[in-house]
Design a protein around this ligand. Sequence first.
Ligand SMILES: *[C@@H]1O[C@H](CO)[C@@H](O)[C@H](O)[C@H]1NC(C)=O
Ligand SMILES: *[C@@H]1O[C@H](CO)[C@@H](O)[C@H](O)[C@H]1NC(C)=O
Ligand SMILES: *[C@@H]1O[C@H](CO)[C@@H](O)[C@H](O)[C@H]1NC(C)=O
Ligand SMILES: *[C@@H]1O[C@H](CO)[C@@H](O)[C@H](O)[C@H]1NC(C)=O
Ligand SMILES: *[C@@H]1O[C@H](CO)[C@@H](O)[C@H](O)[C@H]1NC(C)=O
Ligand SMILES: *[C@@H]1O[C@H](CO)[C@@H](O)[C@H](O)[C@H]1NC(C)=O
Ligand SMILES: *[C@@H]1O[C@H](CO)[C@@H](O)[C@H](O)[C@H]1NC(C)=O
Ligand SMILES: *[C@@H]1O[C@H](CO)[C@@H](O)[C@H](O)[C@H]1NC(C)=O
Ligand SMILES: *[C@@H]1O[C@H](CO)[C@@H](O)[C@H](O)[C@H]1NC(C)=O
Ligand SMILES: *[C@@H]1O[C@H](CO)[C@@H](O)[C@H](O)[C@H]1NC(C)=O
Ligand SMILES: *[C@@H]1O[C@H](CO)[C@@H](O)[C@H](O)[C@H]1NC(C)=O
Ligand SMILES: *[C@@H]1O[C@H](CO)[C@@H](O)[C@H](O)[C@H]1NC(C)=O
Ligand SMILES: [Zn+2]
Length: 761
Amino acid sequence: MVYNGSSSSLSSRKLLVASVALLSSVVASPVNQSPLNGVYKRGIHAYGRPPPFVGDWSSPRSVRRQDEDVCETEACKSFADSIIAGRAKNYTDVDPCTDFATYTCANWWATHDFRADQSNIGVLSIMSDVNTALMRTILESPYPSNTTINSTYATGDADDLDKQNFEKMIAAYDSCMDVEAIEAAGAKPLQDILKAFDGLSSSNETSNETALDLTDKLIWVQRYGGSGLVQAAVTTDDKNPNLTTVALSSGLLGLDAKEYYSDDAAIANYTTAIVGMFDNLYGENKHETNEKLAGNIVAMEKALADALPSAAQSGNVEYYYNPTPIAEADALLPQISFSRLIKAFAPSDYTIGDVIVYTPDYFPKVSSVLSNTTSATVDAYLEWVLIQTWATRLSNNVSAPYRRLQNELQGKDPEAVAERWRTCFTDVDTNLPWIESAFFVREAFSPEAKTFGERIITDIENVFEAKLKTYEWMSDEVKDLAVQKVLNMVEKIGYPDVSPNVQDPKALADFYATLNVTDSWFENGLAYKNFSLSGSWAGLNHPTDKDRWLMTAPTVNAYFNPPANEIAFPAGIMQQPLFNLDLPEYISYGAFGAVAGHELTHAFDSSGSHYDENGAYRDWWDNATLAAFENKTQCFIKQFSEYSITTPAGEELHINGELTQGENVADTGGLSAAFTAWQKRNDAEPNQLLPGLEEYTREQLFYLSFGGVWCGKRRPAEAVRRIYSDPHSPPNVRILGTVANQRGFKKAFNCPSKEPTCELW
Ligand SMILES: *[C@@H]1O[C@H](CO)[C@@H](O)[C@H](O)[C@H]1NC(C)=O
Ligand SMILES: *[C@@H]1O[C@H](CO)[C@@H](O)[C@H](O)[C@H]1NC(C)=O
Ligand SMILES: *[C@@H]1O[C@H](CO)[C@@H](O)[C@H](O)[C@H]1NC(C)=O
Ligand SMILES: *[C@@H]1O[C@H](CO)[C@@H](O)[C@H](O)[C@H]1NC(C)=O
Ligand SMILES: *[C@@H]1O[C@H](CO)[C@@H](O)[C@H](O)[C@H]1NC(C)=O
Ligand SMILES: *[C@@H]1O[C@H](CO)[C@@H](O)[C@H](O)[C@H]1NC(C)=O
Ligand SMILES: *[C@@H]1O[C@H](CO)[C@@H](O)[C@H](O)[C@H]1NC(C)=O
Ligand SMILES: *[C@@H]1O[C@H](CO)[C@@H](O)[C@H](O)[C@H]1NC(C)=O
Ligand SMILES: *[C@@H]1O[C@H](CO)[C@@H](O)[C@H](O)[C@H]1NC(C)=O
Ligand SMILES: *[C@@H]1O[C@H](CO)[C@@H](O)[C@H](O)[C@H]1NC(C)=O
Ligand SMILES: *[C@@H]1O[C@H](CO)[C@@H](O)[C@H](O)[C@H]1NC(C)=O
Ligand SMILES: *[C@@H]1O[C@H](CO)[C@@H](O)[C@H](O)[C@H]1NC(C)=O
Ligand SMILES: [Zn+2]
């Protein structure tokens, strides 16, 4: 699951690719700061906001340990100050053993507020803001002629190609920034699509030609980037990860989670949004018809939502991996021909073998929903799918009802609109990811950063390998394979250097050769869809491209991709405050190291553990080892189910321990491996303390660095949305639950109980 975008549907989340990210969405929510202010250049800038400290360092904030070596550089002072600025003012009254989130973050919470267009903020979103601001500068400046192309590739017409790539990206950005043209186009670009759909779909009574059947309509809608009812997509075959295959799963529902379909307030808001969009696109004179259609669409979607597996189930490979002969798949849902749907997109010489049915229970239920729904309602639903796919590319007043709905679900002011450049950055990030990455890494990543990142990751892998050998509950056979799995792990660091090689202007130009960018933002949207559809379906005739990245370089996130047995860390997350070559190493090990450990631990969580040392889904655990493993994961399910959030109505809503178990195991195992890895480094060469924080030991500072990553908050409605749909626990729980599971933490803070609440890796 690549979680890009804050309101991806259940279905697109599932189908994109089965990987596990650190965060559920890229919190592209930059602060309003002048572009280069806060850009990370090693050693120059402080924490991702203006350096707060202007005070008097000689004031005795805490007692210096006489015998200890304290780092007095500007970088250390500034970083220490950011820890103090986030920590509870009354931290001496807060018990770190019982509430380390408040201890570390209370003043951060008190001093940070949401922008109107934000539904969650945190230290990571501020890092993302910094990266976004840098990209904005690049996107709004002329071609950087001082730029240095890696000399390996700076041959022949590399300069020209580099400039052409840049101009393609700028054309994309500028078309998005041209609000005047977008306003002038109004509703028309989408109305044209809807009209064409309507012409194709309505039966023609004056001829004996039958109207298009449902499959034809679905093909048509999928060509336009929407997926109604069901979708077919190319994916890696989990059991044969060198091979690509076709997966079948559910299509788009307008609300992000099943749970919303039994929430009257959400349904009321949703219905209003559909009517509003229909009124804007079909005319207010059809208001009554539009209301009727909206009611029918919502009723149909309710039935579809009932048919869906739970969020926890749909992410479970044992549930979704069902290789099925195409004829049998077709028989699951007789009203739709999956074979025709696949043939419409697959290369012409592709022979359909088994397909992977991700949602085996859903399809027969869709069949009965369809037999109970008029074709007028199905058509209206498919039109609504098209509208949701394209609404955000229309003028602001036309898309207002749709935007209002998203804002309501995320607890924002219903009328909030993001600044235009933020939208346009996201558009480039989504649609020209590798050109964007090329220009980002030239400014924001260095070979030294890559080397330091590699060292942290390798240290953690070594610790993990050593720990695996000690577990008495694992059989020797499983242990050996697990160790081999760590040894085989592929690390991707910084940016793609093969598929495509973002340092090579020619490779990038070739990659995007068939994508034409014009000055029409809407037309560009169609071109991007076309480009990505044909690119992904062309993959069916090739082995899995294991060099492809699932995140762009500026992304503040990371992932583990089970069938590739790989962990990946974009340049965007290897920035301060998580990662800094100029600070004592407990800072980078406690923060970035915990991220690296988190992704590695995913290889052994309840999902990743199904994949063997080569990334193939296979049963490689004997029953006794598996039983012991499951007993341990049960502990995590129970532990995290006890945490809760407060809904906008003031009610308590518990965390879904089942849905979040993999992430919670990864947080716990990741921090624990990072701590051991750091201890080894520190034993060899003790780190310095931080100025003004001499009251803390190095071990305590390690955990303060970890806790600081997860200082953040969500609007109450957004918190609810995430409980339903996000496999990660809320940020404060990622602190509380994770440190409760650390022996190292309990020892460092001398907590009364030294036993972890739950422990696995
Ligand atoms: C710390 O201060 C906050 C207000 O800033 C207060 O809500 C909280 O109760 C205090 N905690 C303790 C343990 O005194
Ligand atoms: C290139 O020049 C721009 C504008 O003067 C500057 O902001 C940028 O940092 C320079 N880049 C490099 C790699 O020197
Ligand atoms: C230039 O490219 C080569 C080959 O991909 C790579 O080994 C090297 O690290 C690159 N240099 C820089 C400064 O990124
Ligand atoms: C119906 O079909 C006839 C004959 O093919 C065609 O001339 C006419 O335009 C069609 N009407 C509509 C509304 O599509
Ligand atoms: C109507 O259908 C018949 C038999 O399928 C066919 O022979 C005839 O040409 C069709 N008429 C039109 C106007 O398409
Ligand atoms: C998958 O591809 C890799 C790299 O090309 C190769 O080493 C491996 O043997 C292949 N695995 C299978 C099962 O074919
Ligand atoms: C529905 O919209 C109202 C008004 O904007 C908002 O207050 C409420 O929180 C929304 N409810 C849901 C569940 O989205
Ligand atoms: C068919 O629709 C009716 C009325 O909307 C509903 O009561 C019934 O449960 C539906 N049946 C099925 C099988 O969905
Ligand atoms: C949007 O605004 C334009 C003028 O700016 C106006 O012509 C159009 O009718 C408006 N559309 C809606 C749906 O309000
Ligand atoms: C892109 O533009 C070129 C030149 O106008 C044209 O030949 C080509 O067919 C276009 N490609 C696509 C995918 O539209
Ligand atoms: C392991 O457990 C499975 C499922 O419970 C069972 O079918 C199988 O026989 C067991 N294998 C052994 C060796 O006990
Ligand atoms: C399961 O774990 C609990 C502690 O969480 C332990 O007491 C129990 O013995 C374990 N059972 C098995 C069968 O391993
Ligand atoms: Zn994760």
